[in-house]
Design a protein. Sequence first.
Length: 124
Amino acid sequence: MKKLLVLMTLAAPLLAQANSNCDKPVNDFDGLYCLNKVYVEADKELNDKYRDLVGLLDSAGKAALKKGQIAWIKQRNSQCSRRDADGFFVNLDCATQQTISRVQFLQDRVRECKSSGCLNSKLD
């Protein structure tokens, strides 16, 4: 964790320049910066949709959603990250795609709740 924090701190001045290079990243660090920006936005959308859905559910639905979300997080982590002797690695493209897919799932549940009623059986 310390290595990652140090690397991010040292790279901070270069990140502003990388912002304008997302259409054609010059190197892997520019590409990583751009992927990270997309992931952060997808994660924000995920949190917003989760909050929206929680606000529509009864207590049983909230419990089912929490259980499903924890299972989804474990699945995303197992598919998109790994830890070994050299450190912790995250495939940001994988994590982003998994997160975008989960946002869509949550949005579909919000739509159901608003139209025909919440179906708790679909939440976990």
